[in-house]
Design a protein around this ligand. Structure first.
Ligand code: ADP
Ligand code: MG
Length: 729
């Protein structure tokens, strides 16, 4: 990570030392006014070292200092006597320096040790460094304030790497003593004092320049303090503030800021949602006869859940405002059928359909499904991928632009410049999590106002769905088609490998097929590729009678398709592959999957992979190879896979274990990061924030009312331009 506070994602568990962890800043970028003043123009002299340090962490403006969040707090309301220190807790004492010297510890490591005393005992301040500056810091006979985490050693009390301050201003200082003081993450102990001083000065001179972004009535309804009060409280809590709540980032001030973050996130999303709704869209004819024609295209009857979602989709489509709906459904729940039905409705009304998938393999599979199912309508379906020749591309574009091709199925090649439609009516996006919000909006902009159906097989916990898809209406397919037997999942270690292979052989003997998946981590693609290639060779020896195919991301598109075709047509029994097979691939005769290096995958990803089996009537297996280094955490994680086949349960666990940043890859998702709000903890707050945001946008869809001017400015500060980008449509 490149160190900028805004690059920080998930909230970290509380680290051991105060200075641990990068600086965290509220995602607010002051755009004008006094808060946008650069630190070096602040009007008083600043320590250049401190400014350099702050700049390095992305803290450049006066406002940025205000938005820097203290990680923990130190109770300096009353200073302690040395005899009152408690091992393992932070403590602050005043004492006189008795001795200060460098010592040589084990392995010749130099340490510095100063001994200080008050009337009740002595304590050693230790630094595992050396240098003249340390001696200067501890002049013999001087009274100092020393604070830090205290520990009891065989030599007595010790405070390693303490924060040391002259005790001269103890009685008079309103900043450093006689109060609860903030400790900022990402700064060393000895930097805390000057940073605290700066924060205090800025808080007292500038916090009144903060405009309150939230409307008063809203603030009062939710009992929220003003932003200025919250920030002052955060940096310099009142004497009666509850320390535990402060440390847990759950004080009234944190609450206000968490609401702020969630509210402006939701307001941005609500605007996107509304922005799409207010523009006139297509009111499709979804009358019963047309629905019957569509339903007859499917070779099976819809499940109850599918029927419900289809009803929601066709209701959306019949309305004049554009549909903007997300369909969530576990792997194998039959999302494609819903998309085919929606497409059939749009086609009968004379419109074109675009279907976008994240990989070429999946695009190709959808191409086959759509071609086959839509054939009775006489629809011309075309596959559009990046690997076509220039001439083919020109032809493809022409036939889309003149309307000869009615359905275009493709990868992100579909959203590239130059691809135009004659009359695009419906956009279907499969496996949404692979695409950013931006890409979705780019495709939507290709039609006058097409309806959009987004399908995702990564079940997303409700709070996250609200965060990520706050601009969409959500449907859930929570039922699998009949006749499925649950997949049985087992975690194996290296020693049990022969057993795993026996299980594969047993399935092959029944005429079934197998997947063997190798992890593909971007940074080491070559290594993994070697793994998969070598794996394929070793497996040839292991399964001498089986026909083994190899599929990986480096292969050319037509090679990939050829291998998939062989696997689908049962000319290949064992498909050795990297994660290219992850999404959507549908080969019902495959009944066993071995996942190598399973500990390297996220749970949701494992669940996705696993969903490639269990698609037929036969009982299916998923064997997770956990390697040698099976840490306790890895074991707990993988155990979840043995215990549950429910994508939502797994997603919740995954979120819990990995944090939202990693779960979502927030950086790509184009939404502001959360510094205070915690999606696990603040679910109720999120719902409140969403209600308020949607209510405001419903009444004033473009925030043009004068009383909403501050909201618009705050949105710009919090989304930093990303909102406009996202509204390209
Ligand atoms: P996913 O939701 O993972 O995209 P698919 O749409 O690929 O799932 O469907 C998985 C499999 O289930 C496909 O083989 C599909 O033909 C089949 N299927 C879907 N809906 C039904 C249904 N209602 N009855 C029987 N089979 C179905
Ligand atoms: Mg699918």
């Amino acid at each position: 990570m490149n160190g900028g506070p805004r690059a920080k994602k998930a909230r970290q568990p509380k680290p051991e030392t105060d200075e641990a962890g990068p600086a965290r800043m509220l995602s607010i970028a002051p755009i004008d006014g006094p808060l946008a003043t650069p630190l070096n123009e602040v009007g008083w002299r600043l320590n250049p070292r401190l400014v350099g340090l702050l700049n390095k962490k992305g803290v450049r403006k006066v406002g940025d200092v205000l938005f820097l969040l203290p990680r923990v707090y130190e109770d300096r309301r009353t200073l302690k006597k040395i005899s009152q220190l408690v091992s393992g807790e932070r403590g602050t004492i005043i004492a006189e320096v008795k001795s200060a010297e460098e010592q040589y510890g084990r392995a010749g490591r130099r340490t510095f040790r100063a001994v200080l005393a008050d009337s009740t005992g002595t304590v050693a301040a230790t630094h595992f460094q050396s240098g003249g500056w340390l001696k200067a810091k501890y002049p013999i006979g001087r009274r100092l304030v020393v604070s830090g985490e205290v520990r009891r050693t065989s030599y007595g009390w010790e405070i390693p790497h303490p924060e040391v301050e002259p005790a001269d201003d103890v009685e008079s200082s309103p900043v450093h003593f006689n109060r609860i003081v903030p400790v900022y993450p990402g700064f060393e102990r000895h930097e805390q004092r000057s940073l605290r001083e700066l924060a205090f000065k800025i808080a007292s001179r500038f916090s009144n320049d903060l405009e309150e972004p939230l409307p008063d009535d809203l603030r009062e309804r939710h009992h929220l303090m003003t932003l200025a009060d919250a920030l002052r409280y955060l940096h310099f809590p009142p004497a009666d503030a509850p320390l535990d709540a402060l440390d847990a980032h759950a004080s009234v001030a944190h609450h206000r800021l968490a609401f702020d973050e969630l509210f402006f996130l939701q307001l941005g999303l609500a605007l996107r949602r509304q922005g799409l709704k207010v523009e006139p869209g297509i009111a499709f004819d979804t009358s019963a006869p047309r629905q019957q024609i569509a339903t007859k295209l499917l070779p099976f009857a819809l499940t109850g859940a599918q029927a419900r979602v289809v009803a929601q989709v066709s209701r959306d489509m019949s309305r004049p405002e554009p549909m903007n709906r997300l369909v969530q459904g576990d792997v194998g729940s039959g999302k494609t059928a819903v998309a085919v039905l929606a497409s059939a409705l749009a086609l009968q009304d004379g419109y074109q359909v675009a279907v976008m998938a994240p990989t070429e393999i999946l695009a190709e599979q959808h191409y086959r499904t759509f071609s086959k199912m839509l054939a009775p309508l006489g629809t011309s379906v075309r596959l559009i991928t990046g690997s076509a020749s220039a001439k083919e591309k020109r032809q493809q574009r022409e036939s889309l632009a003149n309307g000869v091709v009615r359905v275009a199925v493709g990868t992100h090649a579909l959203i590239q410049e130059g691809v135009e439609f004659h009359q695009l009516g419906l956009v279907v996006i499969d496996e949404q999590h692979r695409f950013g919000v931006m890409q979705r909006h780019t495709l939507m902009a290709k039609g006058p106002r097409p309806d959009t159906l987004v399908m995702t097989a990564t079940p997303i916990p409700r709070t996250l769905a609200m965060t990520l898809y706050g601009d969409l209406d959500v449907s859930v397919i929570d039922e699998l088609p009949p006749g499925r037997t649950p997949i049985e999942t087992r975690v194996y270690n290296e020693k049990a490998r022969p057993k795993a292979y026996q299980a594969v052989q047993a399935e092959l003997d029944k005429g079934h097929q197998a997947y063997i998946v190798y992890p593909l981590v971007e940074e080491s693609e070559k290594v993994d590729l070697a793994d998969a290639t070598q794996g394929a060779e070793a497996l040839t020896a292991q399964f001498p009678t089986a026909r083994i195919g190899l599929l990986h991301g480096r292969m050319k598109n037509d090679e990939k398709e050829a291998v998939m075709l062989e696997f689908r047509e049962k000319r290949v029994d064992v498909l050795v592959c990297t994660t290219v097979v992850e999404v959507g691939v549908d080969v019902p005769n495959a009944s066993i999957m071995v996942i190598e290096g399973a500990e390297r995958f996220g749970l949701s990803q494992l669940h996705q992979l696993r969903g490639r089996v269990g698609r037929g009537a036969a009982k299916s297996w998923c064997l997770l190879m956990a390697g040698y280094a099976k840490s306790a955490v890895a074991a707990t994680r993988l155990k979840v896979m043995e215990d549950s086949n429910d994508g939502f349960v797994i997603a919740e666990k995954d979120l819990e274990l990995r944090g939202p940043g990693e779960f979502l890859g927030t950086r790509q998702s184009g939404i502001p990061e959360l510094a205070v709000a915690n999606l696990g903890r603040d679910q109720a707050l999120l719902a409140e924030a969403q209600d308020e945001a949607r209510a405001i946008v419903a009444k004033d869809p473009e925030l043009r009312e004068g009383r909403h001017a501050r909201l618009v400015k705050a949105l710009e500060e919090r989304w930093e331009g990303r909102l406009k980008l996202a509204r390209v449509g």
